[in-house]
Ligand binder design. Structure first.
Ligand code: ITT
Length: 193
């Protein structure tokens, strides 16, 4: 059963993330509203730390309830690289660079992970995580999605070959978002705009 429509601020510069969370939220009467603020990202060992640190920074500025999301691609044979460095590696090496690093590697297993932090004034951020297992494709395929999607193979298609609703059925972001939605439903006092 649905509940009253809530608007949830999402602080991010990544439009691809916004489109996905919008679609996932819609089914639960949650409207996602993007705030394009570029909060500083600390270089830490885990996405959870990056998200928590970003949340504590942004709450000082916004002083209201919002979410942020930190995500990354963890390649097993590269010991989890690029992991928390995914944004930087995507900007520098890009998909071509990852494919090159992987050119002679047989074990192509990889995990996408999403960490959503729900931040309310005077509360510790609440963290929700989700992940999906796949493989690094041999070459980039598809033009859907964003970021590493064309090189992340899930079953017989890359995320870049899936429509948003298909990716949203299985993705790391879906898993984290559903946990967040469940939490919001259980905590009806959570204040959103
Ligand atoms: P923010 O403003 O939300 O920080 P960002 O793009 O910098 O946006 P992150 O810091 O979380 O996001 O970096 C994650 C990197 O991993 C980034 O380069 C994304 O493009 C990539 N990425 C994350 N989730 C992805 C997904 O579902 N599909 C493809 N690439 C993804």
């Amino acid at each position: 059963m649905g509940f009253n429509v809530r608007t949830l601020l999402f602080i991010t510069r990544n439009e691809g993330k916004v489109r996905e969370l919008e679609e996932l939220g819609r089914a639960h009467d949650i409207v996602i509203k993007q705030v394009g603020y570029d909060y500083p990202e600390v270089q830490a060992d885990t996405l959870e730390e990056v998200a928590r640190w970003g949340a504590l920074h942004a709450i000082e500025i916004f002083k209201r309830t919002f979410i942020i999301e930190d995500s990354g691609l963890f390649v097993e044979s590269l010991d989890g690289f690029p992991g928390p460095y995914s944004a930087y590696v995507y900007k520098t090496l890009g998909n071509k660079g990852i494919l090159k690093l992987m050119s002679r590697i047989k074990n192509r297993r990889a995990i996408f992970k999403s960490v959503i932090a729900l931040c309310e004034p005077s509360h510790e951020p609440v963290i929700f995580t989700g992940s999906v297992e796949g493989e690094i494709a041999k070459k980039a395929m598809g033009k859907e999605g964003f970021g590493f999607d064309p090189i992340f193979l899930y079953d017989d298609k890359t995320f870049g070959e899936m429509r948003r609703d298909e990716k949203n059925m299985v993705s790391h972001r879906r898993a984290a978002m559903l946990k967040l939605i469940r939490w919001i439903v259980e905590h009806k006092d959570v204040y959103t705009i």
